[in-house]
Design a protein around this ligand. Structure first.
Ligand SMILES: *Cc1c(COP(=O)(O)O)cnc(C)c1O
Length: 374
């Protein structure tokens, strides 16, 4: 059996090596390393794939979130609501810009931001909501968009884990993760569902004005060369990364299907297990399984993880500490116990190997390794 990894990017590369190598070589031959043809080609193809009117390629997903917040013209003291159970980047950029992160609890089943908690957290200072489509499944956008509309708030979707996930509205309209709020952000970090070979990210919007503003911010606040109308940053997607992504985008649907197939295998194996809750599926969103995350019930999760590692099965804890309990984000407004669902999840989640190259022999081995230890 092939060694089991959380993510197997080597094998994935071997399967598309010719196209990748050709794409990278073409960039080197052209010497257009920044803002080259590879970037505009990928941008156009991603616009077509997602249905977003504008795709703005940037340096990484964290920058995407930061540029999005900068473009909305928020001022220090403005409040931005975000879930406490997520990767740190979401709150980090809010804090960096001097805005006030307001964290809220998540739902036990979907692990996504709780709509009820968002409603309760809104104040006169609230300006934006940043829902995270955690692990590859969209948060309840229809409800969140209704709240945002009623209170005149922006929505910036953190779709860093959810590219390709499709959300269905009550009227049957379907939209992709990242294309529903005013702005959507995604990451091409290597292990993400659409990953490049270094750092990369993109911003989505359907708003022409915001798009122009964000393009300028990502490029030193510059539209006309050496004339700076706003304070910006330097955050661009390299041409070499764009060339890699352009090849991999053609395989994205196939990659999603491979992840979903592995997830179905796990689902069936663990169905109705007394100590295992498999990822709950939202009726409104497809799940692209950036992570396949179990909730363990009455199990010593950390001991289980160690035992699995000894058996050659890697497993990860996303995320062990909610934002409100992180040292850098200590805040008199929040105490341990304030967000019981997130705290409970942090203590019981376990993410299993999930990638596009998992074969049945490996899946069987993983499932048996877990079963034997329960
Ligand atoms: C990966 C990720 C980010 C940040 O993306 P980078 O490209 O690593 O900067 C932000 N939010 C979430 C939820 C992520 O998973």
């Amino acid at each position: 059996m092939k060694k089991i990894q959380m993510v197997d990017l080597q094998t994935q590369y071997q399967n598309i090596k010719e196209d990748i190598d050709r794409g990278i070589q073409a960039v080197i031959d052209s010497a257009a390393f920044i803002k080259g043809a590879a970037v505009s080609s990928f941008q156009a193809n991603l616009e077509q794939y997602t249905g977003a009117k504008h795709v703005i390629p940037v340096g990484n997903g964290t920058d995407a979130l930061q540029i999005a917040l900068m473009a909305l013209g928020l001022k220090p003291g403005d409040e931005v609501i975000t879930p406490t159970f997520t990767f740190i980047a979401t709150a980090e950029v809010v804090a960096l810009l001097g805005l006030t992160p307001v964290v809220v609890d998540v739902d036990w089943d979907t692990m996504n931001i709780s709509v009820e908690a968002v409603k309760k957290a809104i104040t006169k200072k609230t300006k934006a909501i940043v829902p995270v489509h955690l692990f590859g499944q969209c948060a309840d956008m229809e409800e969140l968009m209704a709240i945002a509309k009623a209170h005149n708030l922006y929505i910036i979707e953190d779709a860093c884990q959810a590219i390709g996930s499709v959300y269905r509205f009550a009227d049957g309209t379907e939209k992709q993760a990242g294309t529903m709020g005013e702005i959507g952000c995604t990451s091409f970090f290597p292990s993400k569902n659409l990953g490049c070979y270094g750092d990369g990210g993109a911003i989505f919007t359907n708003d022409d004005e915001l798009a122009a503003k964000m393009r300028a911010i990502a490029n030193h606040g510059m539209v006309v060369r050496y004339y700076h109308d706003t304070v910006g940053v330097n955050s661009r997607l390299d041409s070499i990364q764009a060339a890699v992504l352009d090849v991999k985008l053609k395989h994205l649907d196939e990659y999603i299907a491979a992840r979903q197939k592995a997830a179905t295998y796990y689902d069936n194996a663990f169905a109705n297990h007394p100590h295992i809750l498999v990822p709950a599926r939202s009726e409104k969103s497809s799940h692209v399984f950036h992570q396949y995350t179990l909730r363990l019930v009455d199990v010593d999760r950390d001991a289980m993880r160690e035992a699995l590692a000894e058996a050659g099965v890697p497993a990860m804890i996303y995320y062990p500490v909610p934002l409100h309990m992180q040292k850098a984000y200590q805040d008199a407004r929040y105490q341990v116990g304030d967000f019981p669902v997130a705290e409970r999840l942090a203590a019981c989640v376990l993410s299993l190997p999930m990638h596009t190259e998992l074969d049945e022999e490996q899946l069987k081995y993983i499932v048996e390794a877990i079963g034997e230890r329960l």
